[in-house]
Design a protein around this ligand. Structure first.
Ligand SMILES: *Cc1c(COP(=O)(O)O)cnc(C)c1O
Length: 507
């Protein structure tokens, strides 16, 4: 399988390795596979419904990575190692529960209690594999306020390949104790953590500049590669397709549906930020998985809801919420959604994205807007509504969820799926994606259930591995100070130098 840019005419193509290491395509677009294979019931879905999660991951990735890039044996080992039952606290990796008539897919049983583990671990083991073959130092650069950093740090630590290293930056004092400890307690020579004095996204530009400079020259020949692993990297949506297909197959089995039966579609509701998870679902749907509507639960940072409802894609300033992993100004994977919505019309996508970059807004014409509405829905959920959904889920189902899952539950309820009562306005079965464990979100759970509610959860249901994280010794992170009297861009250029110094000195 070759890869292409969402903005290119398809004449330039790239290997999987090139796409994985480059992050962004050279023309500023995002990488996508050159084509999406169509899945057939007899050949794929029926036999796949008997596979374990890592086996399914192998079968799907095999369709997207050619054998001359990675052999069957190596790819299998990468999938098994990334998704082993030892590192996940549920043998099914992604177990599916039932709340009334609604299915809940728990995507948070990985080592850092969040769905990011599912996409990140295979991506990092794939990078590690190529770094060994190239015999090239490869350094991942990440800025994080949430779940991406911990998942990446943990996966790099577990890969224990001296050629593969990671530098993670978090804004000092602005992440929770649990998130901080998930970063600072990983004890590995391959991992360095930095706290910086600034706003959550002040480190983005120094990182982006380093990645861009590095991608100017030719990849595999340099002494060191720098890589970004946020969901603009095609590896993430590609691997995230696996859990959508897994969930479809498992739910089909529970409902007695023959896998691939086009007459019964399954709708999915998920808390949505950068739309990386959504893109995995949409790609699976394009490959013939009978997924009905993809429904985005968003908080008051509602750009995704607004574009689906009005056709106008326009950013607004970010506001603080209890579900901060989905606080987003511009969901970059919308570009991939548009690419598939238009059946791969890259020149139109290029035109749209350039309009967006130049005018900070994009208006879809009515026919594209209707097409978007045919495949997607969205509901906007305030913090009060998030808290109410969390309480109602506990009262009705004795189940404590995290604030992001609560956003999806409230969204499902709003969109007419019968979450808390029997009458449903929708015909299709529905699955809510539970993207994190409540153990990571003391502040939000306490806001919803009160200090006693948190205490009770802590005593009865807190995962023991999470308890260990809290008790482990923290390593002192590096610290980047703000320079008194300097401008942001001066500070950022100083940080960029410091960042490269750490890489030189420690990796
Ligand atoms: C990252 C994240 C999301 C959003 O996923 P996107 O792919 O960015 O849309 C939802 N929930 C949690 C807990 C997350 O960490």
């Amino acid at each position: 399988m070759r890869y292409r840019s969402t903005r290119g005419d398809g004449s330039e193509d790239y290997s999987f390795e090139q796409a994985l290491f480059s992050g962004y395509a050279p023309d500023g677009g995002l990488f996508v596979p050159a084509s999406l294979p169509q899945l057939a019931a007899v050949e794929h879905l029926i036999p796949w419904s008997r596979l374990t999660f890592p086996e399914l991951c192998y079968e799907i990735l095999r369709l997207f990575i050619s054998q001359n890039e990675i052999s069957n044996i190596d790819l299998r080992e990468i999938c098994y190692k990334s998704l082993s039952a030892e590192d996940f606290d549920d043998d099914n990796i992604v177990p599916i529960k039932k709340m009334g008539s609604v299915f809940v897919a728990e995507l948070f049983h990985g080592p850092t209690f969040c769905f990011k583990d599912l996409g990140m671990r295979p991506v990092i083991n794939l990078l590690s594999h190529f770094a060994k073959i190239r015999n090239q130092a490869t350094t991942l650069l990440v800025a994080t306020t949430g779940d991406t950093g911990p998942a990446a740090v943990r996966a790099v630590g577990d890969a224990s390949n001296p050629l593969l290293t990671i530098l993670v930056h978090y804004p000092h004092g602005q992440i929770s104790e649990f998130q901080r400890k998930s970063l600072t307690t990983v004890d590995s020579k391959c991992v360095r953590i930095v706290s910086f004095e600034g706003g959550g996204d002040d480190m983005d530009s120094p990182i982006k500049q380093t990645l861009l400079n590095c991608n100017d020259s030719d990849g595999a020949d340099k002494k060191r590669s720098f890589c970004g692993v946020n969901s603009y990297n095609i590896g993430r949506p590609l691997v995230q397709m696996v859990h959508f297909i897994w969930i479809y197959l498992r739910v089909a089995k529970k409902l007695g549906i023959t896998p691939g039966d086009e007459n019964i579609k399954i709708d999915v509701v998920l808390p949505t930020g950068a739309m990386g998870n959504m893109t995995g679902g949409y790609m699976a749907k394009q490959m013939g998985i009978p997924i009905g509507r993809l429904c985005a639960g968003v908080n008051i940072n509602d750009i995704t809801k607004r574009v689906i409802e009005t056709g106008l894609f326009q950013k607004k300033k970010i506001q603080k919420t209890l579900s901060d992993a989905i606080n987003i100004e511009v969901p970059y994977n919308f570009e991939r959604i548009l690419f598939y919505l238009t059946n791969g019309n890259a020149s139109l996508v290029k035109q749209w994205m350039e309009t967006m970059e130049q005018t900070q807004m994009l208006r879809l014409n009515p026919s594209w807007h209707h097409k978007l509405q045919a495949d997607f829905q969205s509901a906007r959920i305030t913090d009060d509504e998030t808290c109410r959904a969390l309480r109602q889920t506990l009262e009705t189902y004795h189940y404590v969820v995290d604030p992001h899952t609560a956003v999806a539950i409230a969204a499902a309820d709003r969109l007419g799926y019968s979450v808390f009562d029997e009458r449903s306005e929708n015909e299709n079965p529905v699955v809510v994606l539970a993207t994190a464990s409540p153990c990571k979100f003391q502040e939000a759970v306490t806001a919803a259930l009160g200090p006693d509610g948190w205490k009770q959860y802590r005593q009865t249901s807190f995962p023991s591995r999470a308890q260990q994280t809290l008790e482990m010794r923290e390593n002192e992170p590096h610290h980047f100070c703000w320079i008194e009297g300097a401008t942001l861009s001066e500070v950022q250029s100083d940080w960029r130098k410091k960042m490269l110094d750490i890489v030189d000195k420690h990796f």
